[in-house]
Structures are given as structure tokens and as C-alpha cells.
Write a new protein. Structure first.
Lengths: 249, 273
């Protein structure tokens, strides 16, 4: 079939009809999602609505029961080697940071470039230093995670997620484990990433952040997407009853 | 027991209660004993005999322990494997090795498995050449006993390592995989270093147990310190002196090891989470 128009660039990341069940509970009930390059997608919704599960399906930390994940125009098959390659190109930031406690902050960031990309220790460290500077932790490279505040740990985790020069970043409630004082410094880093055109999918409870930064907001309830669109529509003028109640808090 | 601060504590007490009386008592006994040893010709002879066996005791322990750790590591990976076959092989090994007394395992290794193995080799080689000339007696007792001890201890180490691996937060494995590390890379760079940091105290205890259990090699006539003490005792009817000095040898070795392990722990604890 000859193309009629020059094909638009495929989405960086795309979910097609994803389903994930835990026993009798359907956490994700057939969700499709397109993440375009350079755009920020915020996934909002009440606790237990399946936001995190959806996000974790995108890099196969949860293997979906049905549906497909497409990365840069190709379907991802859940085979070890293909998944390793996908994960190296899609960074992830966790709610609990999950830094490696036995490594220094610098080694946390340099590990994947050194071991997976094999760019050599000096180059890996150089890249890690640059990334730590970018998240404001240039002076902490020798520290171990336990010596950092929660906000610093999460910023180091963001640097680690950036270390493989990913095509997209996934954030799983990145500020939910932080007290309000430390939330700001993490959100500031995320804002600057968004401003630089980083492709991001963010599961969050920070409605103000989603309104200010996201290009698209996806509102989930009970494993389904009940509203999606620009923040001005979904957050400020929701039509679905569940979304109305959620944003009126 | 559990103090008002919710901490496990050795109980209330002032400065006197905190003196390690047990160590002082032991030191005193050792000092008195050392004087006897130094001034007695009999003790001098026993001391010489035991020192001759010390190399064997230390060598058996030093060779067996890394083998047991290696075997335990492989088995632990089997125990946590999603592969039913690997898991069942690992479980079978652990249950057999832990369910049969070590002494019996040593006898079986030495007097059943080695002859069977030699027979099997002969069967394969048709009794020709160097293989055909191999006899059971060509396999030293020391080798048989080390193999048996490593087999027995591998099962303990497997359980220890598995326990350490499963005690790590799930987020560690997820974070390692999420940056693109393969399963093997995640184990090598993220999970195992943390596991070994955590299980160091248990490994230290196992090493001390192994040092003591190395005395079992004497049942095959391998001349470790236990065997030397028994030989001297029965040849000279000096059981009291031989066995007392033997006990002190083991005690000194285990205390030394305990100190060493504690030092190592202190070094590793700095960054353990």
C-alpha cells in the first residue's frame, strides 16, 4: 500500500488495549495511550485506579495479560533481550527512589552506562557527573544514598534514569514519599526536563504540576480511562462524574 | 530482654555488668593452662603434634569454604528461579544435604561414591590406559573429605544466600532491570553485593562451624589437629592432656575467626541499608 501522505512520526511509546489482572481484580482494563515525542502525559486518578500498574506495564515491570506496547513504531515482545533494550531506552523513576544503597551516588548513575552501554568507566563517570550537575547534586557524587535527603535521593534517581539517554521517562508518583518541603525541588527538576522537551509519562497526585506542565492529562478510575485531553479540559472542566468529584476536593 | 526503649538489651546494669567476664575467665584459664604447657614435657610433645596438624585443619577449612559458597550461590539462584526444573533440583539437593548427618555424608563420599565413580570411569574407558590404571586409593582421603564437607555446607550456604536475596526490597531488582541491566547483570552488580553485605554475620558463623566440623576429617585418618591429638593420646595414654589442649586449639581458632568476622562486618556495615 503506497503512502498517500508522508507518514507522521510514530508515537515514542504507545499502549494498545492493555489489560492487567491481579487475581480477580482487573487493575488495567483495556487502555490505549499514545505518547508523542517531547510531550508530557500526566496520569491522574484516585488511589487504586490502576495508574501505577498502567505505567509499569509500559516497561514490562508488570507483564500485561493482553494488549501491546509499541516503542518507536515497533511492537515490543516480552522476551528478555528485547525488554532489556526497551528498558535501557525508557528511564523510570520510582516512588521509593530505589537507589542502590551499596553504591555512591555517582556509581548509581554511572552503572547502566558502564555495564549496559559499555561506554567505559571514565566516560560513564563523566556522563554521570554532568547529569548530577543537571539535577543540582554536583557536590554529592561521593555520598551514599543513605546520606541524602529524600528530595536529593529522588533527584539522584532522576539522574540515574537519564543516564542511558532514554527516549522517554516514566515517573511513578515521584513525590508521594516526600514531605511537602522536599516535593518542590523534585518538581522543579521535572519542570526543567519538560521545558527541555523530554518525553515524560508522569503518574502523580500533584494536580497543580499536571496543570502547569502536562500536554495531556489522562484521568483513570477503576482501571479505565474516563477522561483525557489537555489539562484545561480534564482538570478545570471535567465532565465525568468521578473526575468532577476528584478535582473539586 | 526488651528494654523500656524497645531495644533488645542485655538487661540493666552498671559498669560491672558490662565487663566481659566470660572473656576474662577464659583468658585466665588459658593463661594458667599456658604455664602448664610451657613447663611440661608432655604438653610440649602434644603441642608439637597439634602444630603439625594445624596446616591440615586450616587448609581443609580454607579450601572447603569457597567451594561451599560457590555451590551455595548456584543452588540459591536455583531456589529463587522461576524455572520449575532448576528450583526442584536445588530443593532436592538442599533437602538431601541437610537431612543426612555430615559424618554419614563423609562415609558415603569416601567409601561409596568414590569407588562407584572409579568403576564408572573404568566402564567408560574400557579399562584402558591411564584411566584403567586409576584405583580408588589414588583419590586421597583429604580430597574425599573436602568434597563431602563442601556438599554438606553448600546446602547451608544456599539457604543463607537465598534468605539474603529474598530479604532485599523488591524495588532493588526492579530499579536494576528498569535501567536496562539483564538478569545476570542485576544479580552481579546490584543484588548479590547487597546480599553478601547482609549475610556476612551468618557466613562468619558458618565459617566457624565449618572449622569445627573439619575435625570430622579425622574419621578418614586425615591428620588434622583432632587426628594428631587422638594418635598422641592413644599411643601415650595421655587423653586428658591431649584433648584439653585440642579443645583450646579450637577455641583459640574460633575466637580469632569471630574477631576477624566482626572486623569485616564493621567495614561492610557503613553503607548497608
Amino acid at each position: 500500500m503506497p503512502p498517500e501522505n508522508p507518514a507522521p512520526a510514530p508515537p515514542v511509546l504507545e499502549a494498545r488495549g492493555l489489560v492487567k489482572r491481579f487475581g480477580a481484580v482487573t487493575a488495567v482494563a483495556g487502555i490505549s495511550l499514545q505518547v508523542q515525542a517531547g510531550r508530557v502525559t500526566a496520569i491522574l486518578g484516585p488511589s487504586g485506579s490502576g495508574k501505577s500498574t498502567l505505567l509499569r506495564c509500559l516497561n514490562f515491570l508488570e507483564v500485561p495479560d493482553a494488549g501491546e506496547v509499541w516503542f518507536e513504531g515497533r511492537v515490543v515482545r516480552p522476551r528478555d533481550r528485547e525488554l532489556d533494550a526497551l528498558r535501557a531506552r525508557v528511564g523510570m523513576v520510582f516512588q521509593q527512589f530505589n537507589l542502590f544503597p551499596h553504591l555512591s551516588v555517582l556509581e548509581n548513575v554511572a552503572l547502566a552506562p558502564r555495564v549496559v552501554a559499555r561506554i567505559g568507566r571514565p566516560a560513564a563517570r563523566e556522563r554521570a557527573r554532568a547529569l548530577l550537575a543537571r539535577v543540582g547534586l554536583a557536590d554529592k557524587e561521593g555520598a551514599h544514598p543513605a546520606e541524602l535527603s529524600g528530595g536529593q535521593q529522588q533527584r539522584a534517581a532522576i539522574a540515574r534514569a537519564l543516564a542511558m539517554e532514554p527516549a522517554a521517562l516514566l515517573f511513578d508518583e515521584p513525590t508521594s514519599a516526600l514531605d511537602p518541603e522536599l516535593t518542590g525541588e523534585v518538581l522543579a527538576v521535572m519542570r526543567s526536563l519538560a521545558a527541555e522537551g523530554t518525553t515524560m509519562v508522569v503518574v502523580t497526585h500533584e494536580v497543580a504540576f499536571a496543570r502547569a506542565v502536562a500536554h495531556e492529562v489522562v484521568f483513570m478510575d477503576a482501571g479505565e480511562v474516563v477522561e483525557r485531553g489537555p489539562p484545561a479540559e480534564v482538570i478545570d472542566a471535567p465532565t465525568h462524574e468521578r473526575a468532577l468529584r476528584f478535582f473539586r476536593r | 530482654m526488651i528494654g523500656p526503649d524497645g531495644q533488645l538489651s542485655p538487661g540493666p546494669g552498671g559498669r560491672l555488668a558490662r565487663v566481659p567476664w566470660w572473656l576474662l575467665a577464659l583468658g585466665l584459664a588459658a593463661a594458667i593452662f599456658a604455664c602448664r604447657v610451657a613447663t611440661s614435657a608432655v604438653y610440649g610433645e602434644i603441642l608439637a603434634a597439634l602444630l603439625a596438624g594445624l596446616t591440615v585443619t586450616l587448609a581443609v577449612t580454607a579450601v572447603t569454604f569457597p567451594l561451599a559458597i560457590g555451590l551455595g550461590l548456584l543452588t540459591a539462584l536455583g531456589l529463587v528461579s522461576p524455572h520449575p526444573f532448576r528450583r526442584n533440583v536445588a530443593l532436592l539437593y538442599v533437602q538431601v544435604a541437610r537431612g543426612v548427618p555430615i559424618l554419614v555424608q563423609i562415609f558415603i563420599a569416601a567409601f561409596v561414591l568414590v569407588p562407584l565413580g572409579i568403576d564408572a570411569l573404568h566402564g567408560l574407558g574400557g579399562g584402558q590406559g591411564a584411566l584403567g590404571a586409576l584405583r580408588s586409593s589414588d583419590v586421597p582421603m583429604g580430597v574425599r573429605v573436602v568434597a563431602a564437607l563442601a556438599f554438606a555446607y553448600g546446602a547451608f550456604e544456599a539457604e543463607t544466600i537465598r534468605g539474603g536475596l529474598t530479604s532485599l526490597a523488591r524495588g532493588q531488582a526492579e530499579a536494576a532491570r528498569a535501567v536496562g541491566l539483564s538478569q545476570r547483570q542485576a544479580l552481579r552488580h546490584v543484588l548479590l553485593p547487597q546480599t553478601f553485605g547482609r549475610i556476612l554475620p551468618t557466613l562468619g558463623n558458618d565459617l566457624i562451624s565449618l572449622l569445627k566440623d573439619s575435625s570430622l576429617v579425622s574419621v578418614l585418618g586425615v591428620r588434622d589437629i583432632t587426628q594428631e591429638a587422638r594418635l598422641y593420646a592413644s599411643a601415650n595414654f595421655r587423653y586428658t592432656e591431649s584433648l584439653t589442649l585440642l579443645a583450646f586449639f579450637y577455641l583459640a581458632l574460633t575466637l580469632l575467626l569471630a574477631l576477624l568476622v566482626r572486623g569485616l562486618e564493621a567495614r561492610y556495615r557503613r553503607h548497608a541499608a
